[in-house]
Design a protein around this ligand. Structure first.
Ligand code: ZN
Length: 503
């Protein structure tokens, strides 16, 4: 077997990408703001080096040899998948002109600065020319990647391989009417008490509580850490160092706490990839040039949503852990019980801002973004018409009218960063998370453990069926092995109906 030479080269690619990720972590946690520009160069240089190493003659020779070595192995063999992933990535990068990569990298900081300025001034026209330039480049990128039916398909394939504009629309068409019905049922009920949500919740207590629950879920702090940031995230430098962050919110703890559960879910996925895959193509996204063990953005999001919403927002969870929370923040929750707290954190309150959305209305925010993105990439929606299209969709889907663009079409960082095609993965994550959780809970040991606050059986099931595989199988391969089916929206609808439709 001569996979060794290929592993040496891809190992080096992974090292470079992990180093870039560490610089990203640093820039989002402790870097002084003066470092922004130089840091941008440092990260870009490391990613460029990683791409060059991937396409270098030594890697290509090693790839040829590795292909010969695995040619008689079955197709789903790990080594076969590993070699095929490198071949795929090499072909992918071969299709993208260097000049296009440079143009995207140069535009990003300018578009980002214009977006920040536009948000501050609540004026979309400041961002519009930069967004138009971004969309032109994204369309050129989609054409270079290649697509059959819709240029947006090419961009979707970067984040959620296998999904197309048509398949995503079909998923949304099934989900949308169900969400409307469940929401009508939920809103017919009396609004829960939420006054206690805005009392003093010292940040240190939030971190300690987050750490205790993270440990219960099985997050390994010997290979991880939890810090405070404005926008929570998870990032890893192999499975041996997987870091997460949470918001510091002194007077409004619940979003920070659920955000911590969410990132713990992402972290569990990365920490439990098969150790044999470390520094290989089975724990590196060689197309997007990102050191990640999870197989797709949607699959990753399924794990964060599972621990945040199915475990963390369950009544069983708060029956077991509310006393700890109340004690941690005494006396702020002394007049509240587990049932009241659970009702408050599962309340339905449609709002303008995606990141503040409740579990039930969140997907409506996603659907309107995906529709707008697909039309922008297709050229059927002009940039100047985005605010009108956005506000019309908000009125139609959520019954709300944004007072300005800052809380409307300027609220997300994605477009200014040149990220087109990723939004659908949040909803796919919700759907996949529900499907996995429903299947897992069919196991008596897991259900019993869950009711007792023993999450080890659930952790073990997810490790066996999802996490350990890294990028060996695609999302649907994981689902087929774990649940016997492809992606299905019904378990998610059943979950939302149980939680919101009949309280
Ligand atoms: Zn997430």
């Amino acid at each position: 077997m001569s996979l060794e030479a290929l592993r040496r080269e891809i190992g080096a690619v992974n090292d470079l990408l992990c180093a870039a990720s560490l610089l990203v972590w640093d820039s989002r946690t402790v870097m002084p703001s003066g470092g922004v520009e130089a840091r941008g160069h440092q990260i870009a240089t490391l990613m460029e080096s990683a791409r060059e190493r991937l396409l270098a003659p030594a890697t290509l020779r090693a790839l040829d040899a590795a292909e010969t070595a695995v040619q008689s192995a079955p197709g789903d063999d790990a080594a076969c998948r590993e070699v095929a992933a490198v071949r795929d990535a090499v072909a992918f990068h071969g299709r993208i002109p260097a000049q296009l990569i440079r143009a995207k990298a140069e535009l990003r900081p300018r578009a980002n600065a214009a977006w920040i300025e536009a948000r501050k001034s609540n004026d979309f026209t400041i961002f519009a020319p930069h967004l138009a330039a971004t969309i032109d480049l994204q369309r050129a990128y989609a054409d270079a990647i290649g697509h059959a039916d819709h240029p947006y398909d090419a961009l979707l394939s970067l984040y959620e391989p296998g999904e197309t504009t048509a398949s995503v629309r079909a998923l949304f068409d099934r989900l949308r009417p169900a969400l409307r019905d469940i929401r009508m049922a939920a809103e017919a009920k009396r609004a829960p008490r939420t006054d206690f949500m805005h009392r003093p919740f010292p940040a240190e207590g939030q971190r300690r509580f987050g750490e205790r629950i993270g440990e219960k879920f099985g997050y390994d702090f010997a290979r991880g850490r939890l810090d405070f940031t404005v926008h929570p995230f998870e990032i890893s430098f192999t499975r041996h160092d997987v870091r997460i962050t949470m918001r510091r919110a002194e007077t409004f703890a619940p979003p920070a706490i659920f955000g911590a559960f969410h990132e713990v879910g992402h972290g569990l996925y990365e920490q439990n990839v098969d150790p044999a895959y470390t520094r290989t193509a089975l724990a590196t996204d060689l197309k997007q040039l990102y050191a990640v063990g999870g197989t797709s953005f949607g699959a990753h999001e399924s794990q964060s949503r599972l621990w945040e919403n199915h475990v963390g927002r369950s009544r069983a969870f708060w029956d077991l852990h509310f006393a700890d929370l109340r004690e941690t923040f005494a006396p702020s929750l002394d007049d509240v019980d587990a049932a009241a707290f659970h009702r408050a954190v599962t309340a339905v309150r449609p709002g303008l801002v995606r990141t503040d959305a409740d579990e039930l209305t969140y997907d409506l925010h996603i659907m309107l973004r995906v529709e707008i993105e697909a039309d922008l990439i297709a050229g059927t929606l002009k940039v100047a018409d985005i605010p009108e299209a956005w506000n019309a969709a908000m009125r139609r889907d959520l019954g709300l009218a944004p007072p300005g663009d800052a809380d409307g079409c300027l609220q997300d960082i994605h477009w200014s960063s040149g990220m087109f095609g990723s939004f659908c993965t949040y909803t796919i994550g919700n759907v996949m998370g529900a499907q996995l959780f429903e299947t897992a809970l069919g196991d008596e040991g897991i259900a019993t453990g869950f009711g007792r606050g023993d999450y080890a059986p659930l952790h073990a099931w997810l490790k066996t069926h999802v996490w350990q595989h890294g990028r060996r199988f695609g999302r649907d391969g994981i689902l087929a092995r774990a649940t016997g089916r492809g992606l299905e929206v019904e378990p998610y609808i059943r979950h939302l109906t149980r939680r919101y439709g009949q309280r």
